[in-house]
Design a protein around this ligand. Sequence first.
Ligand SMILES: Nc1ncnc2c1ncn2[C@@H]1O[C@H](COP(=O)(O)OP(=O)(O)OP(=O)(O)O)[C@@H](O)[C@H]1O
Ligand SMILES: Nc1ncnc2c1ncn2[C@@H]1O[C@H](COP(=O)(O)OP(=O)(O)OP(=O)(O)O)[C@@H](O)[C@H]1O
Ligand SMILES: [Mg+2]
Ligand SMILES: [Mg+2]
Lengths: 223, 223
Amino acid sequence: SFHVRNLSKVYGMGEVEVVALQSIDLDLYDGEFVVILGPSGSGKSTLLNILGGLDVPTSGHVYFHDRDLTHTNEAELTRFRRDCVGFIFQFYNLIPSLTARENVALVTDIVRHPMRPEVALERVGLGDRLDHFPSQLSGGEQQRVAIARAIAKRPEVLLCDEPTGALDYKTGKLVLEALQRVNQELGTTTVVITHNAAIANMADRVVTMRSGEITRIQRNEKK
Amino acid sequence: SFHVRNLSKVYGMGEVEVVALQSIDLDLYDGEFVVILGPSGSGKSTLLNILGGLDVPTSGHVYFHDRDLTHTNEAELTRFRRDCVGFIFQFYNLIPSLTARENVALVTDIVRHPMRPEVALERVGLGDRLDHFPSQLSGGEQQRVAIARAIAKRPEVLLCDEPTGALDYKTGKLVLEALQRVNQELGTTTVVITHNAAIANMADRVVTMRSGEITRIQRNEKK
Ligand SMILES: Nc1ncnc2c1ncn2[C@@H]1O[C@H](COP(=O)(O)OP(=O)(O)OP(=O)(O)O)[C@@H](O)[C@H]1O
Ligand SMILES: Nc1ncnc2c1ncn2[C@@H]1O[C@H](COP(=O)(O)OP(=O)(O)OP(=O)(O)O)[C@@H](O)[C@H]1O
Ligand SMILES: [Mg+2]
Ligand SMILES: [Mg+2]
């Protein structure tokens, strides 16, 4: 579980200051499926990057299982990212010189009980593109390789920054089902950032952000 | 206007062949606003890249005002891209070492009657981020810089590959209104690729693609 307390992130550039996060408080429970909604620039990626140990806040704390991620050393943070977190980046961050399968294997080779790369790529509908490079794939196909790479890790925590941004409705649904399946089979704590309010129906809870703050947290009774 | 005749694009890699476009026929009329819908991998970006003179087909023709773009020389193609086309890329393709304003000015400096960079960035809601670099902007903010860069050119043709992919509903609407305004004020022939069927309502016509083919062309009576 995560406990976020009074988290702030401020970028100061000369006389201009940009407040990306403003005193955020948030609890995430083990095995939950949480969706974060909010307009462009509202601080979603910044929050997810800090939760995933990829960025540091200006002030405040993030506790993961009672360990303070925001006051620990680089080696601990690296271990947390490698062993506990599967991350789907907003810009995919695939390695151009590796095929789809190799991009997934790069991550699964260092994890104890991964899915086989072929299985993960099959789950996102790319079973017939294993040996193609990112430059040979469409935008949405690249995004799906990034998703396969994260779920193949069978992580304890799955952080997804707009995993369906480049996908049509049907392909997006396939991907969300793959994420939901990991969440249900493995009890993976899953956080999905999206602009698509329709995806919010899948969540246990929906967190709405605006201008660096959390404005609403709604439990989804229908689930 | 564009006249596309029997256009095909085939990628052959060893024994595997990927047919990105299969015998496409399409007419686009001056000043029209056309939306192209279709699932991930259906050939939308490939078609748009060929229309914009950024890629060559395997066979077939693309006529722009009766000039055959697919059988011309590199200098003609460069002049077409520079003087006639504003292009919004699916991956934005901003220059990281230039600010938002400089990224737009890079394009407007070589055009006869551009918008001022500040005006274009203001139209997409980024008037207060002119001197920030892409790395200091969120995903959706970077996408909007790419949109400002294309509309500032006040081009004869505007080709947009998923211009609202990284944007929430309200910001997406702002951007689409900016595109629609250019289309109406300047008579710019506008093609927008999207997965979002709600955007299709803005179009004069909607072209639906699947597996490299055009399956339907619908005129929008409501417009
Ligand atoms: N260089 C390449 N080599 C092989 N196949 C390619 C190459 N570029 C594109 N393709 C394939 O051609 C097909 C069409 O790609 P395209 O990028 O046009 O799709 P798209 O409709 O834009 O998809 P998306 O919505 O995911 O962006 C895809 O299946 C893609 O994998
Ligand atoms: N390095 C930086 N320097 C200055 N400002 C920054 C920096 N990185 C992000 N920001 C700003 O912080 C705010 C929040 O950014 P963030 O990327 O978290 O937004 P977001 O909600 O993910 O937006 P999007 O939906 O467009 O991806 C934005 O206004 C952004 O411009
Ligand atoms: Mg973001
Ligand atoms: Mg595409």
